[in-house]
Design a protein around this ligand. Sequence first.
Ligand code: AP5
Ligand code: MG
Ligand code: ZN
Length: 217
Amino acid sequence: MNIILLGPPGAGKGTQASRLQAEHGMVQLSTGDMLRAAVKSGSPAGLKAKAVMEAGALVSDDIVSALIDEKLGTMRADQGAIFDGYPRTAPQAASLDQLLAAHGRTLDHVIELEVNEDALVERIVGRFSCAQCGTNYHDSFNRPKVDGVCDVCGGTEFKRRADDNAETVRTRMAEYRAKTAPILPIYEARHLVNRVDGMADIDHVTSAIEAILSNDA
Ligand code: AP5
Ligand code: MG
Ligand code: ZN
């Protein structure tokens, strides 16, 4: 199964994708995570992406589609893909069609996380993750069971994203509205879109997504 998680910054794409990966053996393909890794490693793609990401703008379509192509090439045919944060523009949606065909895959669902934008700034400025394993947390909504200790790996160092500040979030949301939301009709015309209430608590959102996936199992 191959699915897209679509929604504005802070909608919960990464949170839900990592749960699906842990529970169902699907593979999370987050272009944001891939770009942050590229920035950290100082690769040519990372050097180009750094300032763009810090400003909250979109990195070029060619760079992100190449990252997705590379990752799909490493996956076994029986592993489902969860696209998290890709595609984000009409040209990326067209590239994804080509890449899926080239890798012998078809798209099963586009799951739109419907959220109230006013709540997203709070979600994003409160977000942090484990420096060792990357597990995501939130200051109020999703704290580690023991303060200062990662539930998953026991790590005690945490980090925050450079673009997680109130000002950059506004630019990221404007980019979503202008360039990403307009790709939904492409998938609506193919009857692939399912909507989930992304304002529900994290477990409820997971159950709602699982119900959609199990409907065609
Ligand atoms: P990316 O990393 O994709 O960031 P984003 O789209 O802005 O989305 P986020 O990761 O901020 O939000 P999320 O939906 O994953 O939410 P999360 O689950 O963490 O992209 C970053 C940048 O990279 C872009 O700005 C761009 O520059 C570049 N880029 C990436 N992909 C690109 C592409 N395809 N093309 C061009 N450029 C690209 O949840 C947020 C917080 O809320 C967490 O703390 C979580 O614990 C909490 N939370 C989650 N769900 C709930 C809930 N139901 N209730 C309460 N709290 C919740
Ligand atoms: Mg994310
Ligand atoms: Zn950890």
